[in-house]
Structure formats: structure tokens, C-alpha cells
Write a new protein. Sequence first.
Length: 277
Amino acid sequence: MWTNELLKNNAKACLKNYYWYAVLYCFLTYLVTGTISGAVMSVLSGITSVIGTILSAVFGISSTALGVAGEEAGSDAMMVGAGIGMVLGMIVLYAIIYILTLAVSIVISTFVNMPFNIVGLNRYFMVSRTRKGEINDILFPVKSNQYKNIAKVSFFYNLYIILWTLLFVIPGIIKSYEYFLVPYILAENPSISKDRAFEISKKTMEGEKMNTFILQLSFIGWSLLLCLATMMTFGLGALGAYCLVPYMNATFVELYTCLREKALTNGYATPEELIGY
């Protein structure tokens, strides 16, 4: 049986000899993926701006036409007609922006953030339990020649959680904990099938969701301290997040190490599926 104290102590022991390397690698990873994500979102912003201009012109004409038609009936009707055109234009514009933003966010998460920020860093902290991790370990999704499968599983991972959250918020939160181990399973075995990754995670997380939530909650003090430091240093304190990330990641890798033993012991997964790291 694992405890928060046990996991954190194990994480500290693993980080002891390579902590600042871990900070540097996390910073570089987020810098590169953040730059890519920012560039894509900038393109999206330009596209939505063009769409907004086109819709403004289209619904501006519509509202004018409604206004002219309403003018024959009176000034009040003219104002109502113009208002209808503006409202319709705003609804369509925001709907398009929302759908595009959601779609692009899924794409970025599928092909950039999850493969490297999550799976790649998970792999780095996994191997660092027994040896000094290298930057190449973060590139594991590509070097394993299983990037396509990782992206595929990542897509469904994001899609399922988003759909459950759109349906009802609470089920979305529950499902996020059911699928909590999927990125770790991919970091251990990048060739595992989508169905097996989700099935192993779902079975293994039975009875572990609340404890995992409490473990996440145990870092809230550090998070609040970082927020306070950020406000007091005009944003510079945010850099401290890169000092916290290795500690958190290493702790959750320790959690996965305990839970994978549960999966193997209870027959939820085979040694051929959880091949070790």
C-alpha cells in the first residue's frame, strides 16, 4: 500500500543526484512545445480574425436589409432588424471560434503536448529511477518508432475526456482519473493498443481515484506559493514552476510504479504489455 509520504520520499531520492538536469530538461521541453503551440494558435487567431471580418460584412448586409425592410414599418422595427443581424453574426462567430479552438487544441495536444510534455517526460523520469536520464529519453516517442501509435492513443485520450466533460462535468472528472495511467502506460510500452491501454488504466485505477486526487491536492501549497511569488515579482516567480515540475512528475512516476505492480499482480496486464523501463 502506497502513501503520499512514501511516494514523495522516493521521488526526492531519485531527484537527489540529477535535480537541476531535470529542471533544465523540463524547461527546454516546455519551451519548444510552447513555441510550437503558440505559433499554431497565432495562425488560428489570424484565421478567426478573417472569419470575423467576413461575417461582419455578411451580417452587416443582412442587418441593413432587415433594417431597410423594417424602416417601411417604422423606426422600432428597423432597430429590431439591425439588432437581429448583429446577434446572429455574434452567435455564428463565437460558435466558429469555439469549434476551431477546440479542434486545434486537440490537434496540438495529440501531436505535440501529450507525446512530449507528458509521455516523453514520463519516460525520462521512469528511466531516471535507475540511471541518469538524458534529453533523448524525452524524445522517446519518436526514437521508439511508435509516434503514430502514441498520437493515436493521445487523440482518443483527449477526445474521450472532452466528450465526457461536455456531457457532464463530474463524469468528465471521473473519466480523467480512470484514464490517468494511459500516458504512463504509453511511456512504458509505446506500441500497446488503444483499447488495452484504456482497459488497464480503468481496472488499475479502481479504488485509487480519491487517493490520487488527494496526492495531487498535496501539492497545492507549493502552487499557492508560486502564485504569490509570481504576483510579488511581476511574473518572474512563474519560473519557479519549472523547479516544482520535476518533483511532481517524479512523484507521479512513483505512483505509477506502485500501481503497475497492482496491475501485474491482479492480472489486469501481462509482463508482455508492461515491459518495464
